[in-house]
Write a protein that binds this ligand. Structure first.
Ligand SMILES: [Ca+2]
Ligand SMILES: [Ca+2]
Length: 155
């Protein structure tokens, strides 16, 4: 095996997907910080255009990685794939519907505090890159995540 991997770097028996241009590798995923602003759903569609999804932050390490990266970029505000649109107060990753088990809400302002008017989550420089809930119709650039198993393996 391995020899037929075209878009993969292969260290037999392990194939590591190469991230697309301008995407950043961390652990088993590639990340893309968007520059164009969209509402939450159009942000997800924008990520899907790359075969990716809005970023899902499942671990403390992944949260810290992305927070540090956005700090470096000094970017203002980005959608992440977290929503409580379906049930108020129950925050789930989009589109997997998995409940968030670790979160990074801004601690000093009682986030998430927007109730039914704010059902989507963003990372915001104004909160030192912690999370804020916001109206899903607001427009911010997305952070997209391409998980390795989502990558197209050309065989
Ligand atoms: Ca992830
Ligand atoms: Ca809400």
């Amino acid at each position: 095996m391995g020899l037929f991997c075209v878009t993969m770097l292969c260290v037999i028996p392990l194939c590591v997907a190469v991230c697309p241009n301008s995407w950043l590798r961390y652990e088993q995923s590639c990340y893309h910080v968007g520059h164009t602003s969209f509402n939450f759903l159009d942000s997800q569609r924008h990520c899907e255009h790359y075969g990716a999804s809005l970023v899902n932050l499942e671990t403390r390490d992944e949260i810290a990685f992305l927070r540090g990266y956005l700090m470096l970029l000094s970017d203002q505000k980005h959608w992440i794939g977290l929503s409580d649109e379906e049930t108020e107060g129950i925050w789930k990753w989009y589109p997997s519907e998995k409940r968030a088990n670790v979160t990074d809400w801004q601690p000093n302002d009682n986030e998430p505090n927007g109730g039914i008017a704010a059902n989507c989550a963003a990372i915001w420089a104004g909160y030192n890159y912690h999370w804020v809930d916001d109206s899903c119709s607001e427009r911010y650039p997305p952070v997209c995540e391409l998980v390795d198993e989502q990558a197209v393996i050309v065989g």
